[in-house]
Ligand binder design. Structure first.
Ligand code: PEP
Ligand code: MN
Length: 332
């Protein structure tokens, strides 16, 4: 339930309602938006009669949140959430789209530093690099783990870019808190509920990728876990879904991206690299993502794609990134 206050409502009126709702055993969240003050009510809705609330001083209207997800919905919070990373990068609202770029995987210190310099020069605002890799095969390169995180951090510091890396297990949360500026939850872990609950309790922004077979509702419910636990610094990521079509790795679901911008206040970015699975159509998908309103892109870039230990096939070179960044200017 959302209790929308009149423009003339006083702080005392808001406080009175919050107290009354809490006395009914429900949780509240007061939201001071640009256009209204609203009180979100969470918990068993049978405990509070809508008809009684509407009679209270200062109340304009009482809305029911009809969706399974609450806190991530636009019904619950009208204004766009802006997620800030390292005090300098801003996702969402009226901010220009953020470009995150870097290798799929941190391979060596020299490799990630060279790529960091390259992408920074071309206008990326954040550096990506996997250290704990979710590989389909146990025989594929699994990433350098903690050493990889440290190499990524060093590269980020050297060029002055905040860094993001994928966390797969709660065991390493302490290390991620120390070494990265943003936590990435990958497609395969979108419904790892222990992980979602753990990151909901920390003060660090989270990039939550959509599971390759997740519906929009499941995606938003996964984000709801993080907000419900107390962390509202969540950026969503559409990275392509599985369909009957096998000619590309995944299908970048632009419908859902546009829809999520309508039904949720959270920022959402696109990952054209994992959607495409091949470098030649990554720029086109990236532009398409921006055209439908993505708040940013996460793009895989490698200094020597033909020698990459992971996802070389879909990685852009510096040359292709340069060309793409020029084209993307029209949409940023
Ligand atoms: C990645 O970003 O390298 C990655 C593994 O992505 P996803 O979880 O979307 O497959
Ligand atoms: Mn990858």
């Amino acid at each position: 339930m959302i209790i929308v206050m009149q423009n003339t409502a006083t702080k005392e009126m808001v406080d009175h309602i919050v107290k009354m709702v809490k006395e009914h055993g429900l949780k509240t969240e007061v939201m001071h938006g640009e256009s209204r003050v609203a009180i979100g009510v969470l918990g068993d809705r049978t405990k509070l009669e809508e008809g009684n609330v509407i009679r209270l001083p200062g109340v304009k209207e009482v809305l029911k949140v009809s969706k399974a997800y609450k806190k991530v919905s636009r019904e619950y919070k009208v204004d766009d959430t802006v997620v800030e990373v390292a005090g300098s990068v801003k996702f969402g609202g009226d901010n220009p789209a953020v470009i995150i770029a870097g290798p799929c995987t941190v391979e060596t210190q020299e490799q990630v530093i060279e790529i960091a310099h390259g992408v920074k020069k071309l206008g990326a605002q954040m550096l990506r690099g996997g250290a704990f890799k979710p590989r389909s095969s146990p025989y594929s390169f699994q990433g350098h783990g903690l050493d990889g995180l440290k190499m990524l951090k060093k590269a980020g510091q050297e060029v002055g870019l905040p860094v993001i890396s994928e966390i797969m297990s709660t065991d390493y949360l302490g290390d991620f808190m120390e070494h990265v500026d943003m936590l990435q939850i990958g497609a395969r872990n979108m419904q790892n509920f222990d992980l979602l609950k753990a990151v909901s309790k920390v003060k660090k922004p989270v990039l939550l990728k959509r599971g390759m077979s997740a519906t929009v509702e499941e995606f938003l419910l996964a984000a709801e876990y993080i907000l419900a636990g107390g962390n509202d610094q969540v950026v969503l990521c559409e990275r392509g879904i599985r369909t009957f079509e096998q000619s590309t790795r995944n299908i970048l679901d632009l419908n859902s991206l546009a829809l999520v911008k309508e039904i949720s206040h959270l920022p959402i970015i696109a990952d054209p690299s994992h959607a495409a699975g091949r470098y030649d159509i990554v720029p086109a998908l990236g532009l398409a993502g921006l055209a439908v309103g993505a708040d940013g892109l996460i793009i895989e870039v490698h200094n020597k794609p033909s020698e990459a230990l992971c996802d070389g096939k879909q990685s852009l070179t510096f040359e292709t990134l340069e060309k793409f960044m020029k084209q993307a200017k029209a949409f940023i």
